[in-house]
Design a protein around this ligand. Structure first.
Ligand code: FCB
Length: 467
């Protein structure tokens, strides 16, 4: 019954203008870290340090997208995917972070963008998906307020070169993750730890989020400008005040902080007193600098978190109760599958008066795929996607202004500190042979995307749209 319901999902239920795509990021797919003038990013550096990445893997080759983008885009087109979200590698374009522009780097993205357009695929470009030029890290990276100038320079170079053809832009990918994992826990690049790194990096990234938006808008009023946030639906472990307060603190940090700064709400000092340390880094005009009216927000959701009070955890006094401890089936990442969480989050973000448009810019799941007789029968991923897409539809039907959905990810790729073992792709990659196999979930997405296109041109359908 259930499966039937989800497999009956129709693209046309979402309306003709709904955007369907897939997402990815430069570092996770491109490879070729030093080709044609590119220099190291913090992830090139970090992934070569001992003990940082699962089994000592690195992304030197990854999906070799730098050389194989033409074939990959053709495959994408064959799967009826018309919107492609990818990021630009800052150190391919400005190898030292600032100063001398690397023409060959710009040329690569020119070719990629032109190829997308030639195939009828709309590019959605993320400016920063975590791969800061290493040269800038050596000057303090996100902890140095100078990054406002470095980032502005980079954004200007990108938009002046690609802004004629790229109409959809996202400034940052998931600030909380690169700040939390990379500047507090030290488990992602650049491996910085502690509140002394987190606070200034958080403030400067929040400023760049808005400043980047303004630079894009100044370049062309008609660009569609967004930024993306990681978000998880948060619930209290037990129905008691302490856990509820803990859940509220986590919700505030995970789901609200970066959006609310852009909306002009300021820092939530009441819920998260430790953020007061930011005052040291605050300049007179920062209240205004932090604000920007994004055309859309990209929300990226994979799971929900169950939170309980934990007095011994610094700053948050809260901890997650892992899904495995709750005896639940999880994805390869240990994440609970909870489609209703996406529904609740969509409602939550839609309720902000300043949020104009919401796109789900990432959603997907890693499962241990196996190639058998040339096929990948990834039933679990297919069901995961169907259920999350159905949750999106439920929200849309209730009036939520959600207008797009991008699967993470088109192909399997380098999953940061987890290396290659979590496979998120609709397309399987045999890394040794660099072969691509469309998984069953990818075949399902292809057919799902085809549905309304075929009907679109039938007489009946076009009449019903006009009326
Ligand atoms: C998100 C990241 C993306 C990918 C997915 C699984 O947090 O934006 O790069 O790693 O998770």
């Amino acid at each position: 019954m259930k499966d039937n319901f989800f497999s009956n999902l129709k693209r046309s239920d979402f309306g003709e203008d709904f955007i369907w795509g897939t997402s990815t990021a430069a570092f996770q797919i491109e490879g070729s870290p030093f080709a044609d003038g590119k220099k190291a990013s913090i992830w090139d550096e970090f992934s070569h340090k001992k003990g940082k990445i699962y089994k000592g893997q690195n992304a030197d080759i990854a999906c070799n997208f730098y050389n194989r983008y033409t074939e990959d885009l053709q495959l994408m087109k064959s799967m009826n995917i018309k919107h492609f979200r990818f990021s630009l590698s800052w150190s391919r374009i400005l190898p030292d972070g600032t100063g001398k522009i690397n023409q060959a780097g710009l040329d690569f993205y020119d070719r990629l963008i032109d190829q997308c357009l030639a195939l009828g695929i709309t590019p959605w470009v993320t400016l920063y998906h975590w791969d800061l030029p290493q040269k800038l890290e050596e000057k303090g990276g996100w902890t140095n307020r100078e990054i406002i100038n470095w980032f502005s320079e980079y954004v200007k170079v990108c938009v002046s070169r690609f802004g004629d053809r790229v109409k959809n832009w996202m400034v940052l990918n998931e600030p909380l993750v690169f700040l939390g994992a990379g500047h507090f826990l030290g488990i992602h690049a650049p491996g910085r730890r502690g509140i002394k790194n987190f606070i200034p990096a958080m403030h400067h990234a929040s400023l760049c989020q808005a400043i980047g938006g303004r630079i894009l808008r100044d370049f062309d009023q008609n660009l569609n400008i967004g930024t993306t946030f990681s978000c998880s639906y948060i619930e209290a472990f037990r129905d008691r005040e302490k856990d509820q307060k803990a859940a509220n603190r986590v919700d505030c940090l995970v789901n609200r902080l970066f959006l609310e700064l852009s909306l002009g709400y300021g820092y939530p000092f009441e819920e998260l007193a430790f953020l007061k340390r930011v005052e040291k880094f605050y300049k007179a005009k920062d209240d205004d600098l932090l604000k920007f009216e994004f055309d859309f927000i990209g929300i990226q959701n994979y799971t929900r978190e169950i939170v309980k009070n934990a007095w011994w955890i610094p700053y948050l006094q809260a901890m997650n109760v892992k899904a495995e401890k709750r005896n639940l089936q999880t994805t390869e990442m240990g994440w609970e599958i909870y489609p209703d969480g996406l529904f609740h989050l969509l409602k939550k973000y839609d309720a902000y008066p300043g949020v104009k448009n919401i796109l789900v810019t990432e959603n997907g799941a890693a499962f241990p795929d196996q190639v058998i007789n040339g096929q990948v029968k990834d039933e679990e991923r297919k069901q995961y996607l169907q259920q999350y897409i159905a949750a999106t539809l439920k929200a849309k039907k209730q009036g939520v202004n959600v207008n797009g959905y991008f699967v993470w990810s088109f192909t399997d790729n380098f999953e940061w500190a987890e290396g290659y073992h979590p496979r998120f792709g609709l397309v399987y990659i045999d890394y040794e042979r660099q072969q691509r196999i469309i998984k069953n979930s990818g075949l399902w997405y292809r057919d799902f995307l085809k549905t309304s296109e075929t009907t679109k041109y039938t007489k009946h359908h076009s009449i019903s749209f006009k009326s």
